[in-house]
Design a protein around this ligand. Sequence first.
Ligand SMILES: [Zn+2]
Length: 129
Amino acid sequence: MEVWWGTVVTQPSARPAPTRTCVGCRQKTTAEQLLRVVARSGRSPQDSWYAAPDPRRRAPGRGAHLHPAEACLARAEKSRAFVRALRHDAATYGPLDLEPLRQHLRETSTTGITQHDPPRPDETGSISS
Ligand SMILES: [Zn+2]
């Protein structure tokens, strides 16, 4: 058994997880908690551009990161964060359609694994203590 460079690399988990910033709430978190989003368009230049979810993080090009939560999507939409993060030229190509992304969040949020804000069990304020 040889030890190269005098160091033993036996801790793959010691590698720091890459962090990304959510374009909605601007919070920094590990990349795997965020959904990667890329700008896509149809085949012809006239086709409108849209924000496409990239759960596998394989799509080429610039990506934006977002908590898979509708609240963060709404904030990103308001602040035009996607246009900026994806360097989308809205003046030339038109606005970025976020509907496919919204649709994706609706579908995935029903599974319960991508909830950003856990629902509060009792918010009626019943005083019972
Ligand atoms: Zn967020």
